[in-house]
Design a binder for this molecule. Structure first.
Ligand code: PLP
Length: 393
């Protein structure tokens, strides 16, 4: 008797606006559904599957580690987690790392870290965190409140106190909100969920300078735009500034759950035993996979490739001069196409043509393909999007 997947769906909490596909396997940059339909993937599991699907080295590393040692608690070290800590902090130019399991958890820990740094140095009351309007930082009670979008601040009261929101790229608004009770600012170099909106270099540089002067910590949320996605190690590396704390997740795991709080030397020793923890954090299987991501993606040569592929996509779209397209933005392989029509419609039509894309907000088609994608594969997908947009004229 065949399995009744439709009945099984009734047992899943209905918290996502899900597309009606049941995916079964993946290979390279392609995903397949139950009926063996093939899809070119411009979503990479929302920026996670940076190496695509079935990447030989990643599969070998993780499956070997699975056979050797799948889990220990954090009262012990493991070889993969120590190697990853060393490699990641070196490539990130940071001092230490705390490993967690998700972006929200990394941000939650970053907020704790910033507040403790301030408490240790200045005492209670200097605990406010600034974030940007249109930002997205996660789904826990604290990171929802850190998220600068009103639509997320409902139902779940009381939220964590101590957040204020600055208009992105508005230095006067930032200065007005940089009061004496502020201990940190958290920024996405490119706001992903908020609509693929890159910050202005001048704004970021002025913010960092003002923060440094007041010993206000600068936290970059690199969960979506980090680990090579923009053609640099981190999105914020495009602005020529330094961070005090960097949160990472998604693409570092390449398909397994990971989060990380990268600490500069200023905050590296703020957490003492008992201050923070996570049972699954630093899981050796996950860390062995992340080491492959660093090896394969995180080098100057590969960053250059990602950057160029981003330019290639932009040229293809610009050349088409499609009247449905209002704007193309982003960096590297984090691309937002602002459209006049409903992006959800483009997403649905694309599925029919064998392409998976994301949306962001009400007017952006968001592309986060695996970082291993070729120009040829990118062209196939972009042609599909352009064809759909032309048919909507
Ligand atoms: C910038 C940013 N921060 C945090 C998160 C939350 O990450 P997670 O879903 O792994 O908790 C996301 C997720 O989309 C994100 O894009």
């Amino acid at each position: 008797m065949s399995y009744d997947f439709n009945e099984a769906k009734e047992h899943v909490v209905n918290s996502y606006g899900r597309l009606d596909l049941i995916l079964t396997h993946g290979e390279g940059v392609y995903l397949y559904d139950q009926d063996e339909n093939k899809y070119l993937d411009f979503t990479s599991g929302i920026g996670v599957s940076s190496l695509g699907y079935g990447h030989e080295k990643w599969v070998k590393a993780t499956s070997n580690q699975l056979k050797t040692l799948a889990h220990t608690s954090n009262i012990f070290h493991t070889e993969p987690s120590l190697k990853l800590a060393k490699e990641l902090t070196e490539k990130a130019n940071m001092s230490k790392v705390f490993f967690a399991n998700s972006g929200a958890e990394a941000n939650e820990g970053s907020i704790k870290l910033a507040r403790k740094y301030s408490y240790d140095k200045y005492g209670a009351g200097r605990s406010k965190i600034l974030t940007l309007i249109q930002s997205f930082h996660g789904r826990t009670i604290t990171t929802l409140k850190a998220t600068g979008q009103e639509k997320f601040h409902k139902y779940f009261y009381p939220f964590t106190e101590g957040f204020d929101y600055v208009k992105a790229n508005d230095i006067e608004d930032f200065k007005a909100k940089l009061t004496d009770d502020v201990c940190a600012i958290m920024l996405e170099a490119i706001q992903g969920e908020g609509g693929v909106i890159p910050l202005d270099t001048k704004f970021v540089q002025e913010v960092v300078k003002a923060c440094n002067e007041k010993d206000v910590l600068v936290i970059f949320d690199e969960v979506q735009c980090g680990i090579g996605r923009t053609g640099k190690m981190f999105g914020y590396n495009n602005f020529n500034v330094e961070a005090d704390i960097v949160s990472v997740a998604k693409g570092l795991g390449a398909g397994l759950p990971i989060g990380g709080i990268l600490c500069s030397s200023k905050v590296a020793d703020v957490f003492k035993p008992g201050d923070h923890g996570s049972t699954f954090g630093a899981n050796p299987v996950v860390c062995s996979g992340a080491l492959v991501v660093l090896e394969e993606i995180c080098n100057e040569q590969y960053f250059e490739k990602i950057y160029k592929r981003g330019l290639f996509v932009r040229e293809l779209i610009d050349e088409a001069k499609n009247p449905q397209i209002v704007d193309v933005r982003g960096m590297g392989l984090m691309i937002g196409i602002k459209v006049k029509c409903d992006p959800a419609l483009v997403q649905k039509e694309a599925i029919k043509k064998g392409l998976l894309v994301l949306t962001a907000g009400k007017d952006v088609v968001r592309l986060l393909p695996p970082l291993t994608i070729t120009e040829k594969e990118l062209k196939v997908g972009i042609d599909i999007i352009l064809e759909i947009l032309s048919s909507l004229k």
